[in-house]
Design a binder for this molecule. Structure first.
Ligand SMILES: [Zn+2]
Length: 282
């Protein structure tokens, strides 16, 4: 059975001038529709869900639009957009689906920018953290976005229920994740390292995890690792299928949230390939 895609047109309503703009999801949605995927419409996450992850003061500031930084604008109604994206994450966790909602989330920490980084990197609420907390099961978080998920690490550092594994470019934004710390396993890689080195590193990373401990795999699925994208490792569509096969080999229920990936058409095809790999599709 095909993985359900979580999507609402509402997420296209802001930021048309920004690199984290609606085109990256609109084109992906069209491609996935053509390929025959079924879609589910999310509802907004509750404030209670948000407060399991973020500080009250931060949520208050987000509501009032007091959260602008040099790459993360305080758009009108950004709190509502972010809350709907977080709701998409919770729904994806419930149905083992793939949320293509925006804004993304993995750089957002408890109180905004995480681990001393100076911006929130296009993120407002940490969607994957909100979904993992809502699900409340032992979870392996696999972050395949090309940037380190400093927000996710900050939130789950020392959490006995969660292991966080991230492969990301280093040195690069946000500048964190150069070494592993406790339950946060970080695998920094050089720009355009290529598919072979990437997959070898992914195998090494997953080999270090006691997968039997976990009931679910939560994937921060960024596609800015695609050749030529913002955090390129030189990966191609076919690389994402191979990543999907490795996720399938963990033999756990999984769900997926879109993080980065800045070319909409590529995102659509890469998502399809990742899910085909996961589903063992021909
Ligand atoms: Zn990224």
């Amino acid at each position: 059975m095909k993985t359900k895609i979580i999507f609402s047109e509402k997420c296209l309503g802001y930021g048309a001038w920004h690199i984290e703009g609606p085109q990256r999801v609109k084109a992906a949605h069209e491609i996935l529709k053509e390929k025959g995927y079924d879609f589910l419409e999310p509802t907004s996450a509750s404030e209670e869900d948000l407060l399991k992850v973020h500080e009250t003061e931060y949520i208050w500031n987000l509501k009032k639009g007091l959260v602008e930084d040099s790459d993360t604008p305080a758009y009108d109604n950004i709190y509502e957009y972010a809350r709907l994206s977080a709701g998409g994450a919770i729904l994806a966790a419930k149905v083992n689906g793939f949320s293509i909602m925006r804004p993304p989330g993995h750089h957002a920490g408890r109180n905004g920018a995480a681990l001393g980084v100076y911006t929130r990197g296009f993120c407002y609420l940490n969607n994957i953290a909100i979904a993992v907390k809502a699900l409340n099961k032992p979870t392996l978080i696999l972050d395949i976005d090309g940037h380190h998920g400093n927000g996710t690490q900050e939130i789950f550092q020392g959490d006995e229920k969660v292991v966080y594994v991230s492969l990301h470019r280093y040195p690069y934004y946000p500048g964190t994740g150069s070494y592993s710390e406790g339950n946060c396993l970080n695998f920094p890689l050089p720009a355009d390292c290529g598919e072979q080195r990437y997959l070898e590193t992914l195998d090494e990373a997953l080999g270090m995890v006691d997968v039997g401990r976990f009931e679910v795999v939560a994937v921060s699925a960024g596609f800015d690792t695609h050749l030529g994208d913002l955090a390129s490792f030189g990966l191609t569509e076919n690389s994402y299928r191979k990543i999907g096969e490795r996720i399938a080999a963990l033999k756990k229920p999984a769900f997926f949230l879109l993080e980065g990936g800045y070319v909409g058409e590529k995102n659509g095809n890469d998502i399809d390939q990742l899910l085909r790999g996961c589903e063992g599709a021909p």
